[in-house]
Design a protein around this ligand. Structure first.
Ligand code: PLP
Length: 398
């Protein structure tokens, strides 16, 4: 392939055939398979319960509802996260208060959260951004002393650990994402874990109330195949070049994000997806190990002024993204990388500056990271030769 894509949805050999076979008849909605998947996931992260739902976002909405978050409450959330998470919190009537990040780990810290806590704070959203765990023991101590609930956003963190425990096992509840480019890709979906059996029952009820349809799954498979065809034929290049060109950026970026939008696809999490989850969870630890090796290889090859996201001591990252801070704005560098056949993400394609979206100007680290962060290619199937090519091109581009 001429280009190295920034992402490549994980599929195993024979997956399309399996999906076609599993999608026919009542078997596609067999509750026993869903139970098996939820049980396997809970066992994997070492939690008593897990419940699958349509998306990570819906998982978070169910958690907020269960915790009774509403008008007059404040929810402290990372200043550097997916902008689409803000309306999910705001829909409860609560106010979102952004907490700044550490520029090296790109995660919220106990101090940055403590600065935003008020008597009205009812919940903290602790995100393990790009799969690098945040300081859960510290955040839990702060929250417990104030009677605040903690929700772990593990959208990027399947396979991440801290002090030997999986991300998602520290807070009052956690949600994971099973979208197309996540480490466990079930072509959409989310999964909630908690020790609270009533919350889990609520999530299961919410999923069961959704209509049964394979349309969303089919659409996501189609999107994946189109994306692959664009890279294999080289047609991705002119499209990405337009995305990297300021005049066309807004238009291209809208269609890019639109392809990932889950609002159109509010269907029940199916047994087909559960079966994919079971198959992909089995290979996850090995895939995380390979990603870590590639990140370490990159760290060793890159110039000193290109700083890959720092992993705190005692933590193991899943490396959903491999993000680095550049010594200068990332957008022009991305364009130069493209000319070397390397696709990378910058600015809002990496994460959003939610402090800015909410009208806050005091999250200085987020303001500094947002324009200089670059997400380099990271996917299962990346090779050592690819990593060398990425490092060489980025060093030269800087
Ligand atoms: C930080 C973060 N939180 C939550 C989500 C939501 O996950 P989903 O797309 O499954 O709703 C995402 C999606 O990528 C995300 O990046």
């Amino acid at each position: 392939m001429f280009m190295i894509p920034r992402r490549w949805a994980h599929t195993y050999s024979g997956e399309w055939r399996d999906i076609a076979r599993w999608s026919t008849g009542d078997d596609a909605w067999a509750p026993a398979v869903l139970d098996e998947w939820e049980h396997a996931f809970a066992t994997f992260v070492e939690m008593p319960h897990a419940a699958a739902i349509n998306s990570g976002r819906r998982g978070m909405a169910a958690i907020l509802e269960h915790f009774g978050i509403g008008a007059g409450d404040e929810v402290v959330a990372p200043a550097y996260t997916l902008g689409e998470m803000l309306p999910v919190i705001q829909a409860t009537g609560a106010t979102v208060v952004p907490a700044d990040i550490d520029p090296d780990t790109m995660n919220v810290t106990v101090d940055s959260i403590a600065r935003r806590v008020s008597p009205r704070t009812k919940a903290i959203i602790a995100l393990h951004v790009f799969g690098v765990p945040c300081d859960m023991p510290g955040i839990m101590a702060l929250a417990r002393s104030r009677g605040i609930r903690v929700i772990e956003d593990c959208a990027h963190a399947i396979g991440s650990r801290l002090e030997g425990r999986h991300a998602g096992t520290f807070g009052d509840a956690a949600f994971f994402s099973l979208e197309m480019n996540k480490l466990v890709n079930t072509f959409g979906g989310g999964i909630v874990v908690s020790r609270d059996a009533d919350l889990i029952a609520r999530v299961r009820q919410a999923n069961a109330a959704l209509p049964c349809s394979m349309d969303a799954l089919r659409e996501k498979i189609r999107t994946t195949r189109i994306e692959r065809m664009l890279f294999r034929t080289g047609l991705a290049f002119p499209l990405l070049y337009l995305l990297a060109t300021p005049r066309f950026h807004a238009l291209m970026s809208r269609s890019y994000r639109g392809a990932q939008d889950v609002r159109r696809s509010v269907y029940r999490y199916s047994s087909v997806q559960a079966r994919l989850g079971l198959a992909k969870l089995a290979t996850l630890p090995e895939r995380v190990r390979t990603r870590s090796q590639h990140v370490e290889q990159l760290r060793a090859l890159l110039r000193n002024d290109i700083r890959i996201q720092r992993v705190p001591e005692g933590a193991e990252a899943s490396w959903y993204f491999c993000t680095a801070m550049l010594p200068r704005p990332a957008a022009p560098i991305r364009k130069r990388l493209l000319l070397h056949g390397i696709d990378a993400a910058v600015e809002g394609e990496v994460m959003d500056n939610c402090a800015q979206l909410l009208g806050y100007t005091d999250c200085q680290n987020t303001n500094a990271v947002y324009p200089r962060a670059i997400a380099l290619p990271m996917f299962d199937g990346l090779t050592e030769a690819n990593v060398e090519r990425i490092a060489k091109a980025l060093n030269r581009a800087i």
